[in-house]
Design a protein. Structure first.
Length: 141
């Protein structure tokens, strides 16, 4: 993924992208210091809450870009506490608009959840990010 992004950004004049793999301990330090120009991190979600608050909330230790914006924080809170689908959509539209204004980022989704079984196993039903529903599994003797 990093090489793909490197190739795409490298097509622009005056843009140089170097790839460096960091160990988990260094990643934790980078999360605290924000001492990087760009980094690939995760904000993968099916539902915006709680993941967006975790990665973009001003008081979250997992807020990699270090954003602490009152309007964004308010929109995240509104989305989390909304009591109607309409209010929730309005709040998360505000989150998206505010993130677009605040920081250069893009979301990349790459997933191919799958399951492999023997011929005598059935009932493979996936949910979420590819987990299996164990109550649906069966084994034919």
């Amino acid at each position: 993924m990093a090489e793909n992004i490197q190739a795409q950004l490298g097509s622009f004049d005056n843009v140089e992208v170097r790839i460096r793999t960091v160990e988990l301990a260094e990643f934790v330090q980078l999360r605290a210091t924000h001492d990087f120009d760009s980094i690939i991190t995760s904000a993968l979600f099916r539902d915006p809450e709680p993941r967006l608050s975790t990665v973009f909330g001003g008081d979250s230790p997992a807020n990699m870009p270090g954003i602490d914006d009152p309007a964004l924080n308010d929109a995240l809170l509104s989305g989390r506490t909304a009591t109607s689908e309409e209010d929730r959509k309005k709040a998360y539209n505000a989150v998206q608009e505010r993130l677009t204004e605040l920081t250069p980022m893009f979301f990349v989704a790459r997933g191919g959840p799958g399951a492999i079984s023997g011929r005598n196993v059935g009932g493979l039903v996936q949910y979420g990010l590819g987990s299996l529903l164990p109550e649906e599994l069966w084994i034919k003797p």
